[in-house]
Design a protein around this ligand. Structure first.
Ligand code: ADP
Ligand code: MG
Length: 305
C-alpha cells in the first residue's frame, strides 16, 4: 500500500500541506478533492517524488519515495503520473506516442498492446493522427494511454478528464476506471468533479487550508457531509437552522408544514427543476418535477436520506 506519514510541504514561506497522513490500499481507487489552490496537484507531485519534503515520509510498499535531492530521475519506475498539463511528442502519431515506453523487441505484441490501449481511451480512429493535430481532450486521452502502457503499479491522475467533453467523458471514465480495477492498478485521482469520485472511489479525502478535513468512502461523506464545503462538492445544498445541511433533493413541496417559503425562480435540469425560494429571508434550493411560478407560496418538508 501507499503510506503517507506526516507530510509537510511549502514552496516558499506559506505551507501548502501540513501534517498530511493517509494510506491507500493496493488496487484501490483513491480521490483527492478540494477547491482550486488547495494543494491537490502539489500532493500528487510529492507522491511522484517531484520535490523534497519539508517533513514526513512517503512509502510504496517498502520503498520510500524520495525527492530530487536523492534521485537523478524523478518518478519511481512502478509509478506513472499524468499531469494537468500533459506533454506529448507533437510530430509523431497517437500510436507512436502511446507506444513510446514500450519495447520494440516484440513488434507484434507491441502493436497488440497499442490497440488495446487505443480501445481503453477510445481513440482507435486517431491511431495514425499526429499528436499536434489533436484537440486538448484527445491529447489528454493519449497521455493517459501512454501512462498505463507499461502497467504501472500506481497511477497518479491530475484532473484526468478536465479537457474532455461531456459527450465522451462518461463512457471514457467507465472504461478507464474499469480497466484499472481489473488490472489492480492503484489509482490516485485529484479532481473537483464528483462524477470522477461517486461511482468509482473506494475512498476519498478532502483538502482544505493545508489539512485533510475529511476522509472516508464516497457514501460516508455524501450521506453525512460535515460541512458546507463537502456538501457543495456533491450537490446543491441548503443550511437550514435547526436542520443543518440538506441537499436540494431532501426538500419537497407538501400541502402543509411549518417551513413556508416563496418561490423565486425555477431552473430546468432535465428530469427535474431546481427551484430557488425564499425561506424567512434565506435562499433555499429544492427539486421539483415541475417549474413553479415566481411568487407562489409553498410549504416544504424534509426527506431523510
Ligand atoms: P490545486 O491543484 O488544488 O488547485 P496546487 O497544488 O496547484 O492546487 O496549488 C496549491 C498552492 O500552491 C497554490 O496556492 C499555488 O499558487 C501554489 N503553487 C503551486 N505550484 C507552485 C510553484 N511551483 N511555486 C510556488 N507556488 C506554487
Ligand atoms: Mg491542480
Amino acid at each position: 500500500m501507499l503510506q503517507v506519514n506526516n507530510l509537510t510541504f511549502q514552496y516558499k514561506k506559506k505551507p501548502i500541506l501540513k501534517n498530511i497522513s493517509f494510506t491507500v490500499n493496493t488496487g484501490d481507487h483513491f480521490s483527492i478533492i478540494g477547491e482550486s489552490g488547495s494543494g491537490k496537484s502539489t500532493l500528487l507531485k510529492l507522491l511522484y517524488g517531484t520535490y523534497n519534503l519539508n517533513e514526513g515520509q512517503i512509502f510504496w510498499k517498502d520503498n520510500e519515495i524520495l525527492g530530487p535531492k536523492h534521485n537523478l530521475i524523478i518518478g519511481p519506475e512502478y509509478m506513472k503520473y499524468v499531469a494537468q498539463e500533459f506533454d506529448l511528442m507533437p510530430f509523431i502519431t497517437v500510436s507512436e506516442n502511446i507506444g513510446a515506453y514500450l519495447s520494440n523487441f516484440y513488434p507484434e505484441e507491441k502493436q497488440a498492446r497499442i490497440q488495446e490501449l487505443l480501445n481503453v481511451v477510445e481513440l482507435q480512429p486517431y491511431a495514425h493522427t499526429k499528436a499536434k493535430e489533436l484537440s486538448g481532450g484527445q491529447k489528454q486521452r493519449v497521455a493517459i494511454a501512454k501512462a498505463i502502457a507499461k502497467q504501472p503499479e500506481v497511477l497518479l491522475l491530475d484532473e484526468p478528464f478536465s479537457h474532455i467533453d461531456n459527450f465522451k467523458k462518461q463512457s471514457l471514465r467507465r472504461s478507464l476506471f474499469k480497466y484499472l480495477k481489473e488490472k489492480q492498478i492503484t489509482c490516485i485521482v485529484a479532481t473537483h468533479d464528483k462524477d470522477d469520485v461517486l461511482s468509482f472511489s473506494d475512498e476519498m479525502m478532502v483538502l482544505h487550508e493545508a489539512k485533510i478535513i475529511a476522509k472516508g468512502t464516497p457514501q460516508q461523506l455524501y450521506k453525512n457531509p460535515e460541512n458546507k464545503l463537502i456538501a457543495s462538492f456533491f450537490d446543491e445544498f441548503n443550511e437550514i437552522e435547526n436542520y443543518g445541511i440538506l441537499y436540494a433533493n431532501q426538500l419537497k413541496v407538501v400541502k402543509k408544514s411549518d417551513l413556508k417559503a416563496i418561490v423565486n425562480q425555477s431552473y430546468f435540469k432535465g428530469y427535474y427543476y431546481l427551484i430557488e425560494a425564499d425561506l424567512q429571508g434565506e435562499k433555499v434550493y429544492f427539486e421539483n418535477d415541475k417549474a413553479l411560478k415566481s411568487g407562489l407560496s409553498i410549504c416544504l418538508s424534509i426527506l431523510k436520506m
